[in-house]
Design a protein around this ligand. Structure first.
Ligand code: 13P
Length: 263
């Protein structure tokens, strides 16, 4: 497969962390620390209540805002839900299918597919999370699990949309454990995802789709992932709550993008 330049993406998933004051400070610190790292797209994905304020704080920066999930329904009597159209004025990205939502909140492949369709319908970009659990990995089922998770969303995406998808490979056993995958294992799965997209939606989509690695990424280990051919950035949890750590990861992505350009 020929290599086309894809803009790297480093996204910080803040999960259910930060007070209002902490959120504003963190966003300001990251905006300051990322000045000049223009080869990399940076997205901050805070808890719902901080989205509007962050969009304002970041208005004059190149950093964009995302959401951690959205409703599978369009609108109506769904107490507690947040609809995709409500996020659209403020968010470029919405995470969908995160393993914490799949395992703790019972999100099935069907729910993930329905949410993904809403996100695309409102012109935002889904960050689709896929990844195997430890027992699946130990049983040699990693690629089978990834394929099932991709297959589940196939009907929600048409070929014209596939090119702008973001897929995050997040092995469940690497999330929040301090035990990241090796860069070569992550590359192996990223290549599989790219080939699946190319086969299903055509070569252009395969080349365009951005594939992130997520799971215990730090400023120290990020570079090895970013230098891999099919890894276009990271979805960062814990390390995204510290401006210096997170900006270190963005710097590593910038350096890798420069290195890849020279190849
Ligand atoms: P950690 O970076 O804390 O392992 O979390 C990864 C993750 O779940 C990002 O969505």
């Amino acid at each position: 497969m020929t290599n086309r330049m894809r803009r790297p993406l480093v996204a910080g998933n803040w999960k259910m962390h930060t007070t209002y004051e902490e959120a504003i400070q963190l966003a300001q610190g990251i905006a300051k620390g990322c000045i000049g790292l223009a080869d990399v797209e940076v997205a901050l994905i805070p808890p719902f209540p901080w989205i509007v304020a962050l969009a304002e704080v970041l208005h004059d920066s190149a950093i964009v805002v995302g959401a951690q999930t959205c409703s599978m329904y369009e609108r109506g009597a769904y107490t507690g839900e947040v609809a995709a159209f409500m996020l659209a004025p403020f968010c470029r990205y919405v995470i969908v299918g995160h393993s914490e939502r799949r395992s703790l909140f019972g999100e099935t492949d069907e729910v993930v597919a329905a949410k993904l369709a809403r996100i695309l319908a409102h012109d935002m970009t889904p960050i689709l999370c896929v990844g195997e659990r430890l027992e699946e990995r130990e049983a040699g089922e990693t690629l089978g699990v990834i394929e099932r998770q991709l297959q589940a969303i196939a009907a929600s995406v048409d070929p014209s949309q596939a090119e702008r998808l973001v897929v995050a490979y997040e092995p469940v056993w690497a999330i929040g454990t301090g035990r990241p995958a090796t860069a070569s294992d992550a590359q192996h799965v990223a290549r599989f995802i790219r080939e699946w997209v190319a086969e299903r939606y055509g070569e252009r989509a395969g080349q365009g789709v951005r594939i992130l690695y997520g799971g215990s990424v730090t400023a120290e280990n990020a570079s090895a992932f970013f230098l891999e051919r099919d890894i276009d950035g990271a979805l960062v949890g814990g390390a995204s709550l510290d401006a210096a750590q997170f900006c270190g990861i963005v710097e590593a992505a910038q350096a890798a993008a420069q290195a890849k350009k020279e190849v």
